[in-house]
Design a protein around this ligand. Structure first.
Ligand SMILES: Cc1cc2nc3c(=O)[nH]c(=O)nc-3n(C[C@H](O)[C@H](O)[C@H](O)COP(=O)(O)OP(=O)(O)OC[C@H]3O[C@@H](n4cnc5c(N)ncnc54)[C@H](O)[C@@H]3O)c2cc1C
Length: 195
């Protein structure tokens, strides 16, 4: 993994775990956002192949939004370079975008150039219970129409009770739905979002 702090990019080999990339770039004060829940056990190559996203994708997008370039080996053994390290390496049809999410059907990714962000700010988190799925869905639509939460997760009563059976977190078993929302905006903006 080669990190360039000036351009906020990293060139990585596909076998690195997502967590290893996050850790390596964090050492340079940078952040690689895509965060599938399996981030500690899944590879960047697999993330590219499945266009993985996670909790923060509601605000920060999915793997394709962070892939600037790829080296790919095609079925006949030819190695090709797609995209490039600059944000504006986008002229013509985006073959990079075509490869992301192609599940290994078009070729084997042997290197990826990742776009990095400055570190995420500490978020404010809100947990809300609802007496119907419709009410929770209404809240989701209201929230997403006004602000960009950094996380917005929904659970119905089946999921709430399954989690509570397993983890005993003190969740409201009588709720019909639950939302977990977060804002990572700085200072007053984050507080306002949370309110
Ligand atoms: C517990 C768990 C939680 C998860 N949570 C989420 C989540 O919150 N959000 C989400 O979006 N996804 C989630 N996933 C799915 C996850 O994103 C994918 O399983 C993961 O990205 C695949 O990476 P892997 O290293 O496991 O790949 P593998 O399972 O090894 O491979 C997956 C596919 O990618 C192909 N592939 C792997 N490496 C390359 C390469 N270098 N070049 C070309 N093709 C390649 C393989 O051929 C295969 O088709 C979860 C999975 C698990 C098991």
């Amino acid at each position: 993994i080669v990190v360039d702090t000036a351009t906020r990019t990293a060139v990585v080999q596909p076998g690195l775990l997502n967590a290893e990339v996050k850790k390596a770039v964090a050492a340079h004060g940078l952040w690689y956002p895509p965060d599938p829940s399996s981030f500690e056990i899944c590879s960047i190559g697999g993330n590219v192949a499945t266009n993985a996203g996670g909790l923060c994708c509601v605000k920060y997008g999915v793997t394709t939004d962070y892939i600037l370039g790829l080296e790919v080996v095609l079925a006949d053994g030819t190695a090709v370079r797609l995209g490039g390290p600059r944000l504006k390496d986008v002229a013509g049809l985006s073959l990079t975008k075509l490869f992301v999410g192609s599940e290994g059907t078009l070729g084997v990714v042997t290197e990826a150039t990742l776009r990095l962000l400055p570190p995420q700010h500490r978020g404010c988190t809100v947990v809300a219970s609802f007496d119907s799925v419709r009410a929770a869905a209404g809240a989701v639509v209201t929230i997403t129409g006004r602000i960009r939460p950094s996380m917005l997760e929904f659970m119905d009563d089946v999921a709430i009770n399954a989690v509570e059976d397993k983890l005993k977190m003190g969740l409201d078993r009588s709720a019909k739905a639950m939302l977990v929302a977060a804002s990572d905006d700085r200072g007053a903006a984050g507080v306002e979002d949370t309110e």
